[in-house]
Design a protein around this ligand. Structure first.
Ligand SMILES: Cc1cc2nc3c(=O)[nH]c(=O)nc-3n(C[C@H](O)[C@H](O)[C@H](O)COP(=O)(O)O)c2cc1C
Length: 387
């Protein structure tokens, strides 16, 4: 039976023939190489975070103060990484987090399509952002048999919100992820110092430009007057959501709904009570607020409050061992963010797929070595604070 860890044999085997991985397998080298490859404006936007970026660094660093104890004399020759999520049986607990500038990370400007092809290659679901260079329908066509999720930045115009959600349903996306922490952009010094905000330059707005409700708000089609379309986008972006909006949000889709950006146990409880099907514990990778606490340190409290509802997690995942620790702390599914963007930047769909396969290989090998043949065993093992 093949295992994700077999990827290392493929790499060592190729090495015998003098063929080295095109894209590095570790995050530090990956980031270094991507930094050299990406245009400065895109790199600032992708790599940068809020304030002095402490939260962003801490998200990744904090995994080092969680540890797990190996068990021996367990037969782990056969491993199963599969999970159930929203009625789907997924081969692994990994998914790609929504990233608004995925489109800009490949040289052809179609990084969203490349990310979907990476999902198709690996079976790792892609969460597409509302902010894309290619419309959600075109991206869905590249997903093959791998499920996709649609992340909604809820517009102020409710008809537009409903239209986006209904298009996502019609295109076959399997869940709606409503992001709560981004009705306004956080203070991002790298982007401010370079005076660059991609959306204002007309990038990544194709889901809006292709939408009939959005088009009805314009005097001329976006292709004829892009500036007016961008101005209209500025006008509709960023509805401030409160718990009072949950009944409406719930009413516009029958798909499972996940609330992204939840870090407080009370918010997790309230989300489930208000009809959410899942919680997405995340601090947006430290891009939105520099509050200091790493997302992984919020996870145990959120998991305890969520009861039986699935908790998705991201922010700071850089390796397979990070994934395993997040699972041990109760995440049902774990989101990879910046690492897959760097893979896209270096080698398109294959690069992103390589990053995902490397993370999965390390996670699988950690389970093999440490005596945890299934995700249930990882969860039972738990993780403890070591610092
Ligand atoms: C460049 C960039 C753009 C992002 N765009 C979105 C987005 O459009 N919607 C969203 O919900 N989250 C967005 N995020 C947040 C990610 O979904 C995720 O929470 C974050 O990347 C996790 O942090 P990490 O990549 O450092 O692990 C973005 C993150 C980055 C790095």
């Amino acid at each position: 039976m093949p295992h994700y860890g077999d990827y290392q044999n493929a790499i060592y085997g190729a090495g015998l023939a003098g063929v080295l991985p095109t894209v590095p397998v570790d995050f530090a080298t990956l980031e270094q190489r991507a930094a050299a490859a990406l245009p400065a404006s895109v790199l600032n936007y992708v790599q940068g975070g809020c304030g002095d970026e402490f939260t962003q660094r801490n998200n990744a660093e904090a995994f080092h103060h969680w540890g797990m104890t190996p068990r021996m004399m367990v037969d782990t020759t056969s491993r199963d990484l599969s999970i159930d999520l929203f009625g789907l049986r997924l081969p692994t607990p990994l998914f790609m987090a929504p990233i608004g500038v995925t489109g800009l990370c490949t040289q052809d400007g179609h990084g969203d399509l490349a990310a979907a092809r990476a999902a198709a290659q690996t079976g790792v679901p892609l969460t597409i952002s509302t902010l894309q260079n290619d419309p959600l329908e075109a991206v869905a066509q590249q997903l093959g048999n791998t499920p996709g999720f649609f992340q909604l930045y809820t517009p102020k115009n409710k008809d537009l919100a409903e239209s986006l959600v209904h298009r996502a349903e019609a295109a076959g996306y399997k869940a709606i992820v409503v992001t709560l922490d981004t009705w306004v952009t956080g203070w991002r010094p790298r982007d401010l110092n370079s005076g660059n905000f991609p959306q204002l330059r007309g990038h990544v707005l194709e889901n809006y430009f292709s939408d009939p409700v959005f088009q009805s708000l314009l005097a001329k089609p976006p292709a004829e007057d892009k500036q007016a379309a961008v101005l209209q986008w500025m006008g509709v972006f960023g509805k401030v959501l409160t718990w009072d909006d949950m009944a409406w949000l719930r009413s516009i889709t029958r798909l499972p709904m996940v609330l992204k950006g939840i870090c407080h146990p009370d918010d997790a409880r309230r989300a489930i009570d208000s009809g959410a099907d899942g919680i997405y514990c995340s601090n947006h990778g430290g891009r939105q607020a520099n509050g200091g606490i790493a997302a992984i340190d919020h996870l145990p409290g959120v998991v305890a409050a969520a009861g039986n509802a699935p908790v998705l997690f991201d922010s700071g995942i850089r390796s397979g061992s990070d994934v395993v620790k997040a699972l041990a702390l109760g995440a049902r599914a774990v989101g990879v963010g910046r690492p897959y963007l760097y893979g896209l930047a270096l080698n398109g769909a294959d690069g992103a797929a390589h990053v995902l396969k490397s993370i999965l290989a390390e996670a699988d090998l950690m389970m093999a070595v440490n005596g945890w043949p299934t995700i249930a065993d990882v969860r039972a093992a738990g993780a403890e604070r070591i610092g």
